[in-house]
Design a binder for this molecule. Structure first.
Ligand code: MF3
Ligand code: CO
Length: 256
């Protein structure tokens, strides 16, 4: 069953998502050549704490491993779930995906984006643009009366039309009191397939797009997902409310 949020839960989701988005916006400002991903993670940890929130990633358990960092920081060929490291120093020409998931007042907000570090290759710049646009197109399908597959199909067709690989192994998801609720939201699929979208669902839509082929593998740390062909990958994510009036992005930063 896909949880439907009542007005009280929606209010709390709005607050958690605003915190997640504000942390992400501030963290993004810290990206520059020379900084390590460890330092970025520490900044993320402090930002999350400054809002009285908690990282939903830190300690998150999967196959009896606990995620050790506060944010997910994935550089170049890293797709998602990269762990900040003092050894990973950002350089001109890199891209980095920042994924921030916070729990605030018992509810979770989840969002991500990919940014360039200094000047990047034109095809990589196109990768970022297409991934962000694919997210926007997916969100546009998150309409009451549509089905989850309508989101999946919109993302896949747009990404593949640009010659990029859409990752299959990881998917978007419902989000609420738990980071991962039903339904799964694949970034590939058929129109008019999957669960019907009803008012009051909160969905994390998150295309992961590879510059080359779509296959990925997991590093020996048990977390970091990388592209099999070593080419760069991008990731954009919003938490979206399926309101009667249409899809509403909840992960919007608070004005400073
Ligand atoms: N946005 C990611 C997801 O939905 C965050 C994962 S946190 C981690 O899966 F703990 F798994 F790293
Ligand atoms: Co997510």
């Amino acid at each position: 069953m896909i949880p439907i949020k009542n007005p009280e839960a929606i209010t709390r989701m709005r607050e958690a998502c605003a915190v997640a988005a504000t942390v992400l916006a501030r963290l993004r400002e810290q990206v520059r050549p020379g900084i390590t991903t460890y330092d970025l993670d520490q900044i993320g940890r402090d930002l999350i704490a400054s809002f009285g929130a908690r990282s939903a990633c830190h300690g998150y358990q999967l196959h009896s491993r606990r995620y050790p960092a506060y944010t997910c920081l994935s550089v170049n060929e890293e797709v998602v779930h990269g762990i900040g490291s003092i050894k990973r120093i950002l350089r001109d020409g890199d891209i980095i995906s920042l994924d921030v998931v916070v729990e605030y007042n018992g509810y979770i907000g989840d969002n991500a984006l990919t940014v360039p570090v200094g000047p990047i290759a034109p095809r990589t710049a196109e990768l970022l643009k297409v991934t962000e646009e694919a997210l926007a197109l997916g969100i546009r399908q998150a309409v009451v009366g549509n089905r989850i597959g309508d989101i999946s199909h919109a993302v896949q067709t747009f990404v593949e039309a640009h010659g990029f690989g859409i990752v299959r192994e990881m998917v978007g998801h419902g989000v609420g009191r738990a980071m991962h609720e039903e339904p799964q939201i694949p970034n590939f699929g058929r129109k008019n397939s999957g669960e019907k979208i009803k008012p009051g669902m909160t969905l994390a839509i998150e295309p992961m797009v590879n510059l080359g082929g779509y296959p990925v593998r997991t590093l020996s740390d048990g977390w970091t997902i990388v592209t099999s062909d070593g080419q760069p990958s991008a990731h954009f994510e919003h938490t979206v409310l399926t309101a009667d009036s249409g899809p509403e992005i909840l992960t919007i930063p608070r004005p400073a």
